[in-house]
Write a protein that binds this ligand. Structure first.
Ligand SMILES: Nc1nc2c(c(=O)[nH]1)N[C@@H](CN(C=O)c1ccc(C(=O)N[C@@H](CCC(=O)O)C(=O)O)cc1)CN2
Length: 287
């Protein structure tokens, strides 16, 4: 058996085309959705992601503003930039690219972003709204995964969903979205005993640990849908996921590739959240 490939690149193009139609409708009302991306330091991967976010905005007709700050910027200086963006009417969405340099408290910075511009969905009030089933912004990676599962017609009601990795930006919000869709959710972490015993129960398996090859084919239930969130660069320059692709594809029913799976969907859903923020503001003006 060879698993069906879930093409995140193709689906992200479809989502971005939908976004550009919504942007056009807003422009007819005199509103151009604006996204501000703040990058602190010179992490090479973050630079690529930020460039790709700005390019995706330009292509879909959104206004983007990238603010690049030196690695030795103080937390206070960064908080001042965030406050300026909170007050800027041309900006509907703000994100601070993670990871931040070690001398900064990421939670403090995220909490400084106005919750109604927090298009990453990381602010505590947005995490709370998601947890209580009234999401304002769904975090982009889990939101993109839900879109992929929907596009693949994966039945989630009553399904066993196992998530490996309990981060605030992927694992925990993923658990909330799958739970809301009716799945029975198991959230594994680095202390989980006998990880394979958990993953082998999964109809839907999401792996987001940053550990290349942590899940191998023998840890997957035959026919399962496997979503690989990991993006790890090997010494030879190749990108690999957290799932050992060659052994997994012989067992899974469907699997996301790396690259070309979850990553492109993260950026597409960021555009969706930004347009939603602009639409909400437009609706508030017209009430
Ligand atoms: N503020 C945020 N920081 C980070 C987030 C986030 O959602 N918000 N997620 C990740 C990084 N990330 C977006 O920022 C991201 C990662 C990967 C991709 C992507 O398209 N990957 C490509 C491969 C790209 C490459 O060549 O390196 C793929 O998988 O096909 C997009 C966005 C951490 N930080």
């Amino acid at each position: 058996m060879t698993a069906r490939l879930i093409d995140g690149k193709a689906l992200s193009d479809t989502v971005k085309t939908e976004v550009s139609k919504r942007v056009l409708a807003l422009k007819k009302q005199g509103i151009t959705p604006g996204l501000a991306v703040v990058l602190v330091g010179d992490d090479p991967a973050s630079q690529v992601y930020v460039r790709n976010k700005a390019a995706a905005c330009d292509k879909a007709g959104l206004h983007s503003r990238v603010i690049r700050l030196a690695a030795d910027t103080t937390e206070g200086e960064l908080l001042d930039v965030v406050q300026e963006l909170n007050a800027d009417r041309s900006i509907h969405g703000i994100l601070v690219q993670l990871p931040l340099p070690a001398h900064m408290n990421a939670s403090l910075v995220i909490e400084a972003i106005a919750a109604d511009k927090d298009v990453d969905g990381f602010h505590v009030s947005n995490a709370g709204l998601l947890m209580t089933g009234q999401p304002l912004f769904r975090p982009c990676t889990p939101y993109g995964i839900m879109k992929m599962l929907e596009a693949e017609n994966v039945a989630l009601r009553g399904a066993e969903a196992v998530i490996v990795g309990a981060s605030n930006i992927v694992g925990k919000p993923m658990a909330m979205l799958l739970l809301a869709a009716g799945a029975t959710v198991t959230l594994c972490n680095s202390k989980t005993r006998d990880l394979g015993a958990q993953t082998r129960r999964a109809d839907v398996l999401v792996v987001a640990t940053g550990k290349p090859g942590i899940v191998t084919g023998d840890m997957i239930k035959p026919g399962a849908v496997v979503i690989d969130v990991g993006i790890n660069r090997c010494a030879d320059g190749r990108l690999v996921g957290d799932v050992e692709f060659d052994s997994a594809k012989t067992v899974a029913g469907a699997i996301t590739p790396v690259p070309g799976g979850v990553g492109p969907m993260t950026i597409a859903m960021l555009l969706v959240n930004t347009v939603e923020a602009a639409e909400r503001r437009a609706a508030a003006i017209h009430i």
